[in-house]
Ligand binder design. Structure first.
Ligand code: ZN
Length: 287
C-alpha cells in the first residue's frame, strides 16, 4: 500500500482523518515493547523485515534508523493531534534507554570475572574497560608511561579468553600450584635480620629505627610466602577436567583459581598467566 510520506508509520488517512493503521499501529506498539524488553535496534529491524511489514513502499528491508525514528517519534503519544499508540510512560522509558545505551554499554555479567584479571599485554599495568556509544569497548592501560588502548568487544574478548581456557583444560598437567620458595631466606632478608640484630645489640639505636627494620624484615618474609591460591582447589579442578567435560562451569572455576592475569595486547591477542607463572598463548593457526 502506497502511503503519503507526510503520514508517519502507524497511521493512515481514513474518512479525511488521521487514524491508526491497524497492522502498523500494532507494529509500533510491538517495537516499543521489544525495545523496552532489551532488544537492540538491529534485532528489531531484522524482526520487522521477517514479519514482512513495510516501513515504506520502496523496500521490504528494515534498518536500525527506521526503528530509531519510530522510537523517537512523539506523535505516537498523541502529540500534534495524532491518535495515541503508546503510553507516555513507555515513550519516556524508551527515550531513557536510548540515552543510556548511547553513552554507556553496561558491563555484562560474563565479563566481570575477566575484567578483574585483565592486564596490559605490554607492561602488565591495570587495564580499565571503557564503553561508549554503540557498544564499542576500549581497554585502556592505566600506566601513564604505556597508555595503550585496545578496542575489543565484550563478546570477542570472552571468546578469546574461553579459547585459552579450553586449551588449558586440555592440558590439565599445567594446572599446578606455584612452586614453593626453596632455599629459605634470600640475601635481602638475611641482611635485614642481621641489621636488626646489630641494632638490638648496640642498644643505643632509637626505637623508631628498630621498629622500621622489624617491619621491613616482616614484610620481606611475607613476600616470600608462596601464592595463597589453595593447591586443593587446583587439584579439584584438575580432577574434574580429567574425568568430566570442560563445561562453562569448570572453565569459570579455572579462570577464578588457576589464572593470575589475562594479558591483552594491542594486536588483540590474549594470553593467560597462570598462578604458577606459566603462560597460555594463542596456538598458531594454520593459514
Ligand atoms: Zn601498558
Amino acid at each position: 500500500m502506497a502511503r503519503q510520506r507526510k503520514i508517519p508509520f502507524g497511521y493512515e488517512i481514513r474518512g479525511g482523518l488521521i487514524q491508526p493503521h491497524p497492522q502498523e499501529a500494532d507494529a509500533v506498539r510491538y517495537i516499543f515493547g521489544q525495545y523496552l524488553a532489551g532488544a537492540s535496534l538491529l534485532a528489531i529491524a531484522e524482526d520487522m523485515t521477517r514479519q514482512g511489514i513495510r516501513y515504506h513502499q520502496h523496500t521490504a528491508e528494515w534498518n536500525k534508523n527506521m526503528v530509531k525514528r519510530i522510537l523517537e517519534n512523539a506523535k505516537y503519544t498523541g502529540a500534534d493531534g495524532y491518535p495515541r499508540l503508546v503510553s507516555n510512560g513507555d515513550f519516556t522509558a524508551a527515550q531513557g534507554q536510548r540515552a543510556e545505551r548511547n553513552t554507556y554499554a553496561p558491563l555484562p555479567v560474563e565479563i566481570r570475572p575477566i575484567q578483574a584479571k585483565t592486564v596490559c599485554g605490554l607492561c602488565g599495568g591495570k587495564l580499565t574497560r571503557g564503553a561508549r556509544s554503540h557498544g564499542r569497548v576500549h581497554w585502556k592501560c592505566q600506566n601513564p608511561d604505556c597508555g595503550q588502548s585496545t578496542s575489543l568487544g565484550d563478546e570477542v574478548l570472552a571468546q578469546l579468553v574461553t579459547g585459552r581456557l579450553r586449551e588449558l583444560a586440555q592440558a590439565p598437567h599445567l594446572i599446578t600450584a606455584p612452586e614453593p620458595q626453596r632455599g629459605g631466606l634470600d640475601m635481602d632478608t638475611v641482611r635485614l635480620q642481621n641489621e636488626l640484630t646489630l641494632a638490638f645489640n648496640r642498644g643505643d639505636e632509637n626505637p623508631g629505627y628498630i621498629k622500621t627494620l622489624a617491619l621491613a624484615a616482616a614484610a620481606q618474609r611475607y613476600n616470600q610466602l608462596p601464592d595463597p591460591t589453595p593447591a586443593h582447589d587446583l587439584e579439584q579442578i584438575r580432577a574434574r577436567l580429567e574425568y568430566g567435560p570442560a563445561d562453562t562451569e569448570v572453565l569459570a572455576a579455572l579462570l577464578a583459581v588457576a589464572v593470575r592475569a589475562v594479558r591483552l595486547a594491542p594486536d588483540k591477542t590474549v594470553e593467560l598467566e597462570l598462578v604458577n607463572g606459566k603462560i597460555i598463548t594463542e596456538k598458531e593457526e594454520s593459514a
